[in-house]
Design a protein around this ligand. Structure first.
Ligand code: ZN
Length: 490
């Protein structure tokens, strides 16, 4: 009897031990906001050994990872990275999109309030997200024993990556100069977060976000989360998501080739090296899995392209909308606001006004399409309900369909010619992103640490393959709206 008991105990122990070995202690998912793939090489010589170069030389580098939807913007990128899904399914159809007929900020939630300050910056939650994330699946796989926490400068870049079941998401309240959260997660900031906030330099929001300090306080907060929440030391696999936003904020204002953007990457590299060193020490080298990618890239500025004889142009959405409405008034003889806005290169129709004026919506749609087809900056104009029958290259067609959420996107998609981008007057050498082109969609994708051997690959993969690859590595189910596939690692 006793012997049998020992055998069973031994077997049980063996099972438990081998189970524990099937997953890393900690998964760290990093997004660098607006990081083009080619920034890995543009500044390579100036990177330290411990940051980007460590990921490249120690980890696995997928060199050909593309976004497979439009619009290529922040909220969607962060969501797709961690859900393996696309706006059509996960519902995050833009930084702002139409929700129940109202133009809505992606993660706004009137039912929650700010925790950590007295502003409205904390009225945020992941409620508009329709699918699960890697973190949600990890928690489900471990019967909610895992801790999952998201940190970022931007609210949406902390909230969507960490998901519905996250223990916490922290983002920066620029007005108050501190990290906050919302009542979706908790009713009071942990003591250690309050203490951390006291150490942040008293600077204006602009002084923080346009300098390397903005990313530094996110990297330091990530370290503080690991320490205080004992991530990787809770006897199960934990997850931390970190997004560095200030690369994007600086990139928009100064463009892809400015010294300020250059500085952001060289400094971020040091911050990453420091973070990896800290994880080596706290969790153990090889005991954690880290992956790094971006939410989107950025175009080289219109002005820079023109300076170098590359075709380019600025597209002013607000003005185009006004002109379109004027044209439709002439054609249909009714003075109404036919289009409400041009949102991420999509015309949003005022269906009610069109119906009340006794007009047929399909005729208005057709007229808008032929109107924009005459615009020299527009390459394609297509009805979002009829994309599959349009004569558009299949790569672009697929990106339009993947990005089209019937309830939340607009009605007519405009695809501009390469080098042409949405702008505001005076953007100069500044830039933006949002379309299908490689400059907006080609992302870094690197994995390092637990279960990862060194290597590189040029095989085509998509942002939606990142989550299932990570899930396959750590042996958990992929998120519930995932359309991607795990990529084989050697
Ligand atoms: Zn972004």
């Amino acid at each position: 009897m006793m012997k049998k008991f020992f055998i069973i105990t031994a077997l049980l122990l063996a099972t438990l031990t081998s189970m524990a070995q099937e997953r890393p202690k900690l998964v760290v998912g990093i997004a660098v906001d607006q990081m083009r793939w080619d920034y890995l090489y543009r500044y390579y010589d100036e990177y330290t050994e411990g940051g980007f170069k460590r990921l490249m030389n120690e980890g696995f580098n997928f060199e050909n990872c593309m976004i497979n939807y439009i619009p290529s913007v922040t909220a969607i990128g962060h969501t797709s990275l961690f859900t393996g899904s696309v706006p059509s399914i996960h519902g995050i159809a833009g930084n702002n999109y139409m929700l129940n007929g109202k133009y809505t900020y992606c993660c706004e939630d009137p039912d929650v309030t700010t925790v950590g300050s007295d502003t409205k910056a904390g009225m945020r939650s992941p409620r508009n997200l329709l699918t699960t994330t890697i973190g949600d699946e990890l928690k489900t796989a471990t019967s909610w024993k895992s801790k999952v926490i998201g940190v970022s400068f931007k609210d949406r870049a902390a909230i969507f990556p960490s998901g519905h079941t996250a223990d916490a998401a922290y983002w920066f309240d620029g007005e108050k100069g501190c990290f906050i959260t919302s009542t979706y997660y908790m009713n009071e900031l942990p003591e250690w977060v309050k203490k951390y906030n006291k150490g942040i330099k008293k600077l204006t929001k602009d002084e923080i976000q346009y300098s390397p300090y903005g990313n530094e306080i996110v990297a330091e907060l990530a370290k503080a989360v690991v320490l205080n929440e004992k991530l990787g030391r809770n006897n199960t696999t934990d997850m931390l998501t970190v997004s560095f936003s200030c690369t994007d904020i600086v990139g928009h204002k100064y463009g892809t080739h400015d010294a300020k953007t250059h500085e952001q990457y060289v400094e971020l590299d040091k911050q990453l090296a420091d973070l990896f060193g800290y994880l080596d020490q706290q969790v153990g080298k090889g005991q954690y899995l880290v992956f790094l990618s971006a939410d989107h890239g950025a175009a080289n500025s219109v002005q820079q392209n023109l300076d170098h004889k590359i075709p380019a142009g600025e597209f002013y959405g607000g003005e185009e909308l006004k002109e379109m409405n004027k044209h439709l008034t002439t054609v249909f003889g009714k003075d109404i606001q036919y289009g409400i806005r041009i949102m991420d290169y999509k015309v949003v129709l005022n269906r009610e006004a069109i119906r009340d004026a006794g007009l047929e919506e399909c005729k208005v749609r057709k007229e808008i399409i032929s109107y924009f087809k005459r615009n020299p900056q527009v390459m394609y104009a297509v009805d979002l309900e009829e994309v599959s029958s349009a004569s558009i290259p299949s790569v672009i067609k697929e990106k339009i369909i993947n990005g089209y959420n019937r309830e939340r996107s607009g009605d007519i998609q405009l695809i501009l010619k390469p080098g042409h981008l949405g702008a505001y007057k005076g953007i100069g050498y500044g830039t933006t992103h949002g379309l299908w082109n490689p400059y907006d969609c080609h992302l870094p994708f690197l994995l390092m640490g637990w279960g990862v051997k060194h290597g590189t690959s040029q095989r085509a993969c998509h942002i939606t393959d990142i989550a299932p690859t990570v899930c396959a590595l750590i042996h958990i189910q992929m998120p519930n709206g995932c359309i991607g596939n795990p990529i084989d690692l050697p």
